[in-house]
Design a protein around this ligand. Structure first.
Ligand SMILES: NC(=O)c1ccc[n+]([C@@H]2O[C@H](COP(=O)([O-])OP(=O)(O)OC[C@H]3O[C@@H](n4cnc5c(N)ncnc54)[C@H](O)[C@@H]3O)[C@@H](O)[C@H]2O)c1
Ligand SMILES: O=C(O)C(=O)C[C@@H](O)[C@H](O)[C@H](O)COP(=O)(O)O
Ligand SMILES: [Zn+2]
Length: 356
């Protein structure tokens, strides 16, 4: 079992990473709660809800199950979860447990942040991608016009990561999660990036996976401790997301997974970095790695004009200037503002020449 600690502006919380920790969840309740609401999705409920409920056998537990997938991260599901919480009689001494991937984590975390102006919540991530979403306290729902547009910073009181749950993930979800791990390597560590470029996702061992998750969580934890509210270095965690989020919204959420959209965004960030800084980042190696691991790279149904419009309302933008995270070299991220026309021209040539 690996134990890490993260300091947020309001409290310090533990991240427990290990096999079978979902069976001992009760040990990590930091106080006696009046009741507990487990929020999960219908896929995860079938696989992992019983174990979590068993471990909370001595608590007053309620469950709300949402439909699996990105489209649930919306205002209607958010409102329904508040209705559930009121009807179950949750009070200010209640706890929310987010059992699932990043969708459940972001949504349940935002419900916890807003219910009666805020109650405690615990993240119990069940996807590879959620090594990223469960740490750092960004909680949100999507708006039709933009990804994660309605949200807050609200750190969990604990993160209980049972890596055993990851054995039921589909290939799509494995590749989605690895896109964020590649991102973390690109912004921090060239040798980890090179190691990742030498693996095949359908051949990863459990030990390799644990090593990668631990790496990703440490990168994330260090950054969010330094800049929780994203006024500086936290922006680096958004590498690949300016375009990635635009693609997700343009495709009405769920056609590509978050990680798949970020993967395309990472390629674009490397492409623009090469042009802007006249450097030779490993764009070709990354493209080959994505192709070898079956990442979908076809976004022909999106036009560069519409994507640029979406990028202008990204959260990093000020006065509609598009801000992108770029790399001067692997491990050296930076941010740069652009006029629309420049990004439009880069995006057109990227779509024609790189991912065609
Ligand atoms: N808050 C943050 O810092 C942050 C960081 C990264 C991503 N995100 C958000 O996270 C979301 C993506 O998260 P995700 O990829 O985990 O998506 P997800 O929660 O939709 O999970 C992906 C799919 O895997 C299924 N699943 C979950 N656990 C499973 C398991 N153990 N076995 C089998 N199937 C399982 C789910 O039911 C779903 O169908 C996006 O909304 C993204 O914006 C947030
Ligand atoms: O934690 C962060 O900060 C990140 O940027 C991590 C991203 O992987 C994540 O997708 C995040 O939700 C994006 O944040 P947003 O502020 O651009 O919505
Ligand atoms: Zn992300």
């Amino acid at each position: 079992m690996e134990k890490l600690e993260v300091k947020s502006s309001t409290h310090e919380y533990k991240i427990m990473i290990g096999e079978g920790v979902r069976y001992t969840l009760h040990q990590y309740l930091t106080k006696k709660y009046s009741s507990i609401l487990i929020i999960t999705d219908d896929k995860v409920a079938k696989l992992h809800l019983d174990a979590v409920k068993e471990s909370l056998a001595n608590e007053k537990v309620y469950v709300s199950i949402i439909p699996a997938g990105e489209q649930s991260k919306n205002i209607d599901v958010f409102y329904q979860l508040h209705t559930d919480a009121i009807q179950y009689g949750l009070d200010r001494q209640s706890l929310v447990i987010a059992l699932g991937g990043g969708v459940v984590g972001d949504l349940a975390g935002f419900v916890a942040a807003t219910y009666m102006r805020g109650i405690d919540f615990i993240q119990v991530p069940t996807t590879i991608l959620a090594h990223d979403s469960s740490v750092g306290g960004k909680v949100a729902i999507n708006h039709e016009l933009g990804k994660n547009m309605i949200g807050n910073f609200n750190s969990p009181v604990a993160v209980i990561y049972d890596v055993e749950t990851l054995s039921t993930l589909s290939d799509i979800e494995i590749r989605s999660g690895y896109a964020e791990l590649v991102k973390e390597a690109l912004i921090s560590n060239e040798s980890t990036f090179n190691q990742l470029m030498n693996i095949r996702l359908n051949e990863i061992s459990k030990d390799e996976l644990k090593k990668h998750l631990s790496f990703g969580i440490k990168v994330k934890a260090k950054i969010v401790e330094e800049d929780e509210n994203e006024s500086g270095v936290r922006k680096y965690l958004n590498l690949g997301h300016t375009l990635g989020h635009a693609i997700e919204a343009e495709l009405s959420y769920g056609k590509l997974t978050h990680g798949e959209a970020v993967a395309i965004g990472l390629l674009f960030a490397l492409y623009v970095s090469n042009k802007e800084f006249e450097v030779d980042l490993p764009l070709e190696s990354l493209l080959t790695w994505f192709k070898n691991n079956d990442y979908p790279l076809d976004i022909r149904e999106c036009t560069s004009k519409k994507l640029v419009e979406r990028m202008k309302s990204d959260k990093k933008a000020t006065n509609k200037k598009i801000q992108m995270v770029l790399l001067e070299k692997v491990g050296k991220p930076t941010v740069k503002d652009f006029d629309d026309e420049v990004i439009d021209s880069y995006l057109q040539s990227f779509m024609e020449k790189v991912i065609r």
